[in-house]
Design a protein around this ligand. Structure first.
Ligand code: ANZ
Ligand code: ZN
Length: 827
């Protein structure tokens, strides 16, 4: 049984803490390395294998960096506001503050048992007043700059969570990101942050980031830049006109009707009396659907006629005005020019309601002849590709690309259209009708409107004694003590905002606050932040692609523009760790009973074995299914390391001072030593921990083989052992520190330099090359690495096997590819 166990873990964790080994040196920011892992939610189910997989391997990377001379900053904290604690409270009656603080205490202990280099003196906890004071400060700064505003809008409402949600929190199938319930719409006055002001920069700067391509493309898609045109249509027999947004203005001659979103303001004006009932019924029904459902391509198209007509500005033709729920009021102008011949949804709609379909685009290679009817009867509609224009008067024959430009030009001359860029991105809805969040620091006054709480009165503390069972109204509204305050401007009776902030606001700046977490005067010191940021390496789950990662970028840019920061992007390099699944290959969940609790394994194997198994058993960005056999195998590997190292240590105690050049065995061992140094360094750098550990295993094999050999000089052996422990230290920190001590080396191994490889040791003295005859391998020979061509030829031609296969043939030519093969052309 191995001697390595959890006593060793505790021993070193204590010593590291007592000696402040990982303290970040704020005076040495030149070599700073900001390593950030997404902070955790203090959940009742505590630290799980997924947290470990995020934090453990990254700590290994950071430890190597520390040994390479970097001044590492690796903070940890808790994203502590949010629904789960509140829902738990509703179920059990335990106050969210109490359960959250309790969970934090437990998780801190668990995180410490990992033995990672966390800078605990920089911890932040977002639900504590000394943190959310600055969340509120951030909100006020945004409010001051016009980047936080209130408006009445149809917003996403989760009936089960009983709160509104940001667009980003509604999943593609229209369900709530938290609880899976179908999200509906409600018309409510809510607080928004104006992330759309930064849409262009958020999109453009993506290209400068070292982030996974998939994540960048998801953000790109979410921001959704679309270049097209706005075209003005006049309503027949009226002064009213309206604009549509189209990306295919080249199809303008093919418009056979227009469609308004049912919620569009114009609907009331345009609907003729006899159509009113149908329109109102339809609008109410549409309002219950989520945007995502409404846009689904497969869903049957529905709509109603308003009784009004519009005039197509390009050809004066009169076309009916409909409403349909496949048009969203929140995109473009909320009105669409329908071109059924060239758009799938319009085609389905027109077919259903018997509206005309006019073809105006044909494939670029078609020969256009025939009448309009003949062209229309071509059976490939809807044709949604590019091509060239037909049935379009003077534009006929133009490519769709040129056509777009030409049509806009003509419209522009008449003031009936213009080029236009649209974004899918919407402003970030941040108010929540829930209790467990940072109160929005605004006071509503009948005379003065929404008034910011003066900065010196922050934080607006979240009261403890509140009836927090949700009923659609903000729980804080029921707390008279909290709500009723005088207006800070005019002193008349006013009331506090009762909504709290989305927890994503808390996490949108935590990476800034970490650096200066004890500052009670400011959110952070600008000079210090500018030295410490951007974050050099950020690691966390991919599920945050279009939420946290987008919000944090926005907040960084907004603070930059206010003069608080001098950098553009918070996270230069991003990695998503994979997902550790249950032994059954399914996502771990309590209900399936397939969760792996780290604590029990750590008790049995120790933190280092647990960490090494995670790093060796899975590709870091892949993850995979947990296996008990896997962790046992790593346990045995650590036992082997221990035997080899212990034998080595006792061998070294024998006196010897051999200065002779390396003998054969020593050369072999030296090769594996430097091969491992090279591989471990390069692979760990790329977070490829599994191959790095494979190099360590090879070196272990070589060590086990030679450690007992008489021929290996003990001074040399000590050199190898020293490098071995240094290489191992980031992977098995407690174990390596222990053996370092046994070896009689000074504390701490983490204050040593990471070894560098010697390229000359990687050149083997002898190599094996193939000998071919007419391109076919006939033999292999071992030759000295540094032979010249003549000598290689000679060695090849002396080979017995070759001589036999050349029997009866004459050698015509000999081709040598150095280091690999000799090809003999013979006939
Ligand atoms: C006419 C047309 C003809 C269109 C054609 C497409 C193809 P993206 O790329 O996403 O920006 N559209 C515009 N506003 C809309 C709204 N509020 N709700 C639903 N659809 C809307 O898509 C732009 C296209 O989506 C626009 O171009 C418009 O249909 C539709 F052969 O205009 B198109
Ligand atoms: Zn007032």
């Amino acid at each position: 049984m191995a001697k390595y166990n959890t006593t060793i873990d505790e021993k070193w964790q204590q010593k590291w803490e007592q000696t402040n080994l990982y303290k970040f040196d704020e005076n040495n920011t030149d070599k700073k390395l900001y390593v950030l892992e997404m902070f955790s939610y203090p959940s009742g189910s505590q630290l799980h294998a997924g947290h470990w997989f995020n934090y453990g391997p990254v700590d290994t990377w950071a430890r190597m960096k520390k040994m390479q001379g970097y001044n590492v900053f690796q903070p940890m904290g808790f994203d502590a506001f949010g629904l789960p604690a509140e829902n738990y409270a509703i179920k059990t009656g335990v106050h969210p503050k109490d359960s959250t603080e309790q969970n934090i205490t437990t998780m801190e202990k668990q995180l410490k048992a990992m033995g990672a280099m966390f800078n605990w003196d920089h911890e932040v906890v977002t639900c504590r007043p000394d943190y959310y004071k600055w969340t509120q400060w951030l909100f006020l700064k945004l409010f001051e700059k016009g980047l936080a505003y209130r408006k009445k809008a149809p917003v996403n409402w989760c009936p089960s969570c009983s709160t509104v949600l940001a667009n980003e929190q509604v999943l593609v199938d229209g369900s709530c990101e938290r609880c899976g319930t179908q999200v509906t719409k409600k018309n409510l006055t809510q607080w928004f942050l104006k992330i759309t002001d930064y849409a262009d920069e958020l999109l453009e700067k993506l290209d400068t980031l070292d982030w996974p391509e998939k994540t960048k493309s998801m953000q790109k898609h979410w921001i959704g830049k679309s270049t097209g045109a706005e075209v003005t249509f006049k309503v027949e027999d009226s002064d009213i006109d309206f604009s549509v947004f189209t990306t295919r203005v080249d199809t303008l001659y093919g418009v056979t009707y227009v469609v308004l979103a049912p919620e569009n303001d114009l609907v009331g004006v345009l609907t003729k009396d006899e159509y009113k009932d149908a329109v109102v019924t339809y609008r109410d029904e549409a309002n219950k659907q989520s945007d995502i459902e409404r846009q689904s391509i497969t869903r049957e198209k529905t709509g109603v006629f308003t009784g009004s007509y519009a005039i197509n500005p390009i050809n004066g033709i009169k076309i009916p005005i409909w409403i349909a729920d496949y048009v969203l009021n929140t995109y473009g102008t909320g009105i669409v020019m329908a071109v059924p011949a060239h758009d799938d949804r319009d085609f389905a709609f027109a077919t259903k309601y018997n509206l005309p379909i006019e073809r105006v685009i044909v494939p670029a290679n078609s020969v256009i002849s025939g009448t309009k009817t003949e062209i229309n009867s071509l059976e490939d509609l809807p044709y949604t590709e590019h091509g060239k224009m037909v049935n379009s008067e003077e534009f006929n024959g133009l490519s769709t690309v040129d056509g777009k430009i030409a049509v806009v030009k003509k419209l522009e001359a008449q003031n009936l259209g213009t080029e236009k860029v649209n974004f899918r991105l919407r402003d970030w809805l941040v108010s929540r009708q829930r209790y467990w969040g940072a109160p929005i620091p605004i006071i509503h006054c009948d005379k003065c409107g929404p008034v910011p709480v003066p900065e010196d009165q922050l934080p607006v503390e979240l009261p403890y004694d509140v009836e927090f069972a949700p009923d659609g109204e903000s729980p804080l509204a029921k707390s008279a003590d909290f709500i009723n305050v005088p207006c800070p401007v005019c002193g008349s009776p006013a009331h506090r905002e009762a909504d709290t902030l989305d927890t994503f606001v808390c996490s949108s700046f935590y990476y800034l606050r970490y650096v200066d977490n004890k500052n009670s005067e400011k959110a952070f010191d600008t000079d210090l932040i500018n030295k410490m940021l951007p974050v050099d390496k950020y690691v966390g789950g991919p599920e945050h692609a279009c939420m946290h990662l987008l919000y944090a970028r926005f907040i960084t840019k907004a603070l930059r523009d206010m003069g608080y920061l001098n950098f553009d992007e918070p996270f230069l390099s991003l990695t998503h760790q994979g997902l550790i699944l249950g032994p059954d290959g399914l996502k771990m969940s309590k209900s399936k009973g397939n969760t792996i609790s780290p604590d029990q394994y750590i008790k049995e194997f120790g933190a280092d074995v647990f960490r090494m198994y995670l790093m060796f058993g899975f590709g870091y960005t892949d993850g995979g299914a947990w296996s008990d056999d896997g962790i046992k195998a790593i346990g045995k590997f650590v036992d082997r390391i221990e035997r080899a190292v212990d034998t080595g240590i006792s061998e070294m105690l024998k006196e010897s001072n051999n200065e002779a050049p390396l003998n054969k065995a020593e050369k072999e061992l030296n090769y594996w030593r430097h091969f491992a140094i090279k591989g471990v360094t390069e692979d760990t750098e790329k977070l490829q921990f599994n191959t790095a550990i494979a190099r360590l295993m090879e070196l272990t094999n070589a060590l086990s083989k030679y450690v007992n050999e008489e021929t290996v000089n003990s001074n040399f052996l000590k050199e190898v052992l020293v490098d071995y422990l240094l290489l191992l230290a980031p992977f098995a920190p407690h174990f390596a520190e222990e053996k370092w001590e046994t070896l009689g080396m000074g504390y701490s191994i983490f204050n040593q330099s990471f070894p560098k490889f010697d390229a000359s040791a990687l050149i083997k003295d002898e190599i094996e090359i193939a000998i071919q005859v007419n391109g076919k391998i006939k033999s292999r020979i071992t030759i000295a690495q540094n032979l010249d061509e003549e000598a290689i030829k000679k060695a090849a031609l002396e080979d017995e096997t070759l001589i036999a296969s050349l029997e009866g043939k004459t050698v015509r030519k000999i081709i040598i590819i150095k280091g690999r093969l000799v090809n003999i052309v013979a006939s």
